[in-house]
Design a protein around this ligand. Structure first.
Ligand code: KG4
Ligand code: ZN
Length: 382
């Protein structure tokens, strides 16, 4: 059983042998946070409290099993919003204690990485693919809360045991906004709705991505770090005090009168200049993500990249990764969209390997808003 509550999705899943999803239940809070244009932490934790039990029960019920049948409980221990994390963590901890089952703490980023491995394993079980996901690999975890490059290696802790474990080395991360956060903020500025990523993805198809040249994002120091606040601010300057701002205000007023807005209706409310601006923004962000990830693969001499997290749903990002990696002789792997965004199947799958390797958490397990990868409870001395 996996439990995930680090941000605005309350999720529980049952996964068999780390590779077969029996159930994957996600209660999204998008509708609650949409009117604020971003996640409101206090509202998020309250909603997690309301949803955690029904979601866990649904995950078990739909799998046709009793909660007592689970072999272990894996919970996200960080990073994330502390109030949100605590709800899932305390629930999972209590569940494990009450059922007398082993408990495992999982890093949220580790979960996103395992989403790629899980997708691959399911593809193999279904006979759709024949090869294992190649490791070591560079993973780009790119979402509303994270933009990180991580080198993932498989290790065999003991020559005799069957279990595998994973080693993570952080290569770079964002110094300011996460890529998804930049999508969300630009969408908010232009009154396009929340979350911004999916809307911009679809609207950008109607714009000219060459219209505005934001230039390449330059990084001093580690070239594998990211920064998206510059491009976000450049958009702000192109909008503030111009007809685009007025247009956004009108769009906002129009949106308030509507419950559901189709992408076509929204497009009809956007000038060509707005569509060109968001297409150019998306191109700049995607180009930067692809180039730094492939540079990381080159620097670490690996020939596969994994791309995971909510922004990995982006259609341009997926296309560009496929094209660019092919030219570089590298394999690019993505989870399906439902496993890209926050879910508990990825947590259960990551937890399975820890359970097998005996990396168990104890009663001291607690939530950490900023939890470096590789420093989960079982990795720290207690
Ligand atoms: O992984 P996720 O569900 O939650 C976090 O851990 O943050 O990712 C949500 C983020 C949001 O910022 C959303 O705008 C972005 O992923 N996103 C996208 C797309 N779908 C979701 N960004 C760009 N293009 C998309 N198609
Ligand atoms: Zn996430």
């Amino acid at each position: 059983m996996g439990i995930e509550s680090s941000c605005d999705e309350t999720a529980a899943a049952v996964v068999a042998n780390g590779e077969q999803i029996l159930t994957n239940v996600v209660a999204s809070q998008v509708a609650i946070h949409a009117r604020y244009g971003g996640v409101v932490p206090e509202l998020a934790s309250r909603e997690h409290l309301r949803k955690i039990q029904p979601v866990v029960n649904e995950a078990c019920g739909r799998a046709g099993m009793n909660i007592r049948d689970v072999d272990g409980v894996a919970v996200t221990e960080g990073p994330g919003l502390i109030g949100s994390l605590l709800v899932g963590l305390v629930y999972g901890k209590a569940l494990a204690r009450a059922l007398d089952k082993p408990l495992v703490g999982v890093n949220h980023l580790e979960g996103h990485i395992h989403a790629v491995l899980l997708e691959n394993k399911m593809g193999r079980l279904a006979g759709k693919i024949s090869e294992d996901a190649p490791l070591p690999a560079v993973t780009l975890v790119v979402s509303g809360g994270h933009t990180s490059l991580v080198l993932v290696e498989e290790i065999h802790p003991s020559a005799t045991a069957q279990s595998v474990a994973f080693n993570y080395k952080r290569l770079g991360h964002t110094r300011d906004d996460a890529a998804g956060e930049a999508f969300d903020k630009v969408a908010r500025l232009l009154a396009l709705g929340y979350p911004g990523g999916p809307v911009i993805d679809r609207l950008a198809r109607y714009g000219d991505a060459q219209a505005v040249d934001f230039g390449r994002i330059k990084m001093k120091g580690n070239p594998l770090d990211f920064s998206f606040s510059g491009v976000k601010t450049a958009i702000l300057y192109r909008v503030r005090g111009t007809p685009l701002a007025l247009e956004a205000e009108e769009r906002q007023a129009w949106r308030r009168t509507r419950d559901n807005v189709s992408i076509e209706e929204l497009r009809d409310r956007c000038s060509q200049a707005t569509l060109d601006l968001i297409a150019s923004f998306q191109r700049a962000v995607v180009r930067d993500l692809v180039e730094r990830t492939l540079a990381a693969a080159e620097a670490t001499r690996v020939d596969s990249v994994f791309v995971s997290g909510g922004v990995a749903c982006n259609s341009l990002l997926r296309d560009r990764f496929r094209d660019a990696s092919r030219m570089q002789g590298i394999r690019a792997l993505f989870p399906s969209p439902g496993l890209c965004t926050d879910n508990a199947a990825m947590i259960a799958s990551a937890g399975y390997y820890k359970l097998q390797a005996g990396q168990l958490a104890d009663a001291t397990l607690t939530a950490h808003a900023a939890l470096p990868l590789g420093q989960e409870s079982q990795g720290r001395s207690q």
